[in-house]
Design a protein around this ligand. Structure first.
Ligand SMILES: [Ca+2]
Length: 228
């Protein structure tokens, strides 16, 4: 006959194990709530800054390098989310000067000094707008906008983000994701997977200059991501 004597040390170990299990469960639920549903996903990042940001935000991702062009691919994660801005085309209602090209909002450069020629600017238009063309309809999870900081950041107050597939009224009638109430330096807006080929940013109802230093559009890359 043998007796199993449960020691206090064993009680503590069991308690710790139970707490770890409970914590893991809560973490999994939180991840699923945050990212929608668990599925295999991929990230394609364009530079080391994005690489480390995604590595921080999605620690569950496996990271592997593919190709030989310095592009890192993330796989085995929770959500297909890619910065789509790098492959899009951009246009706007007018052009203020040679520094303010529409493509400057998707050039990957977050510099917020207009004089450094990485921001856009329209003239003082009535209802000025900027539009990105993602080339085909995508599910858009979030959009991060970097505002001008060398002056005039308040000009972006009241701007609307619209997403959709229509070019009626230059795309400005598409469904609204968000309104920028008080524009700071950089702000992220959640769009909940809204579907659309076009992302518009417009300032409705007044004459204004529209300036955007960077627009990062995070959404689904259907069919996976090709290694370059
Ligand atoms: Ca830029």
């Amino acid at each position: 006959m043998s007796f199993h004597i449960k020691t206090r040390s064993q009680d503590i170990q069991a308690d710790v194990r139970m707490k770890i299990i409970m914590l893991s469960t809560v973490l999994c639920i939180a991840l699923i709530v945050k990212f929608g549903h668990a599925q295999e996903i991929q990230f394609l990042v364009q530079n080391f800054s994005e690489f480390w940001r995604f590595a921080w935000e999605y620690p569950a991702c496996e990271i592997r390098q593919c190709g030989n062009h310095g592009v890192r691919e993330f796989s085995q994660c929770f959500l297909l989310s890619v910065n789509l801005s790098g492959s899009c085309r951009a246009t706007q209602s007018s052009l203020y000067d040679y520094r303010g090209l529409a493509m400057n909002a998707v050039d990957g450069n977050l510099n917020s000094n207009y004089m450094k020629a990485s921001c856009t600017s329209t003239q003082s238009d009535m209802n000025p707008w900027w539009r990105a063309d993602l080339r085909r309809s995508r599910g858009i999870h979030s959009i991060r906008i970097t505002n001008r900081r060398d002056c005039c950041s308040q000009r972006l107050n009241g701007a609307e983000i619209r997403i959709g597939d229509s070019l009626d009224n230059n795309g400005n009638n598409n469904p609204k994701c968000a309104t920028i109430k008080s524009a700071g330096h950089s702000e992220t807006f959640e769009c909940g997977g809204m579907q659309g080929r076009y992302v518009n940013i417009l300032i409705p109802g007044r004459r204004e200059y529209l300036t955007l230093c960077e627009v990062e559009i995070f959404g689904t890359q259907e069919g996976g991501v090709d290694c370059l």
